[in-house]
Design a binder for this molecule. Sequence first.
Ligand code: COA
Length: 264
Amino acid sequence: MYNTLLTHLENGILTITINRPEKLNALNKEVFNDLDGVMDEVYTHKEIKTVIITGAGTKAFVAGADITEFAGLNKEEAKKLAKRGQDVFFKIENSPKPVVAAVNGFALGGGCELAMACHFRICSDNAKFGQPEVNLGLIPGYGGTQRLTQLVGKGKSMELQMTAQLMDAAEALQWKLVNHVTTQEQLLTKTTEVLQTIQTKAPIAISKIIECINIAVVSDSAYTNGTTGYDKEVECFGECFTTSDMKEGTSAFVEKRKPQFKGE
Ligand code: COA
């Protein structure tokens, strides 16, 4: 269905694989269109509970925006390209269902930005992260200046983006860019295990966790509508009390049994 993506749905987990291995899965216009389309499916299809984004092959998650598409762009066209990338990545970041990046190699430029737009990241021990745009006379355009700063802090973000130096998996873990490091063979197994745990919890509560945590870090007022994270938390806490899952969860605790959540 998608030219540049492979998709596989199993036990509620949709695995999206960016599939341009001969170009190290670089993000061209078609990949963005496909990601946009598949995220619409994630938002609307009930059978999709959680999502993994990974890259085809053993070398790269995504080695960046497709640099060949930059040739000949004027200022306005370049701004449009950045806005398009940001919007697709906001769609991932604001997904009501958890999206985890399983980073299986190079995550550079737009690839690092894609991984950072996911709710969290797990990587294999061959992963390499970086924003090397200054090597091209550029800066990140798909949210990298903002999200890398949120994740690793201002000083490290400045240094990484000014020097174009790459971080290996151990450093990425140390700087909290990733939550876990595995072998290449174990990457999808570990990611699946974490998502299976999440899938035993109440889906509406999970979607509200995403909304509240995103407000704490998303600075774009178009997405926060001027609401503070604390206001949002109060509102979402209240809304949880209208769900049958909340009644089920609290009853199950009192009755000393496992809750059966329905996403209602
Ligand atoms: N855009 C377009 N094509 C890319 C690409 C990108 N971001 N990254 C890799 N490719 C292509 C290469 O051009 C090459 O294509 P070819 O075989 O038709 O020549 C193919 O993918 C394999 O890449 P190659 O450079 O030969 O692999 P390598 O192992 O020698 O180097 C990297 C790997 C990741 C270090 C190197 O590809 C690289 O530096 N890529 C660009 C990273 C970058 O600057 N990203 C930020 C972009 S904003």
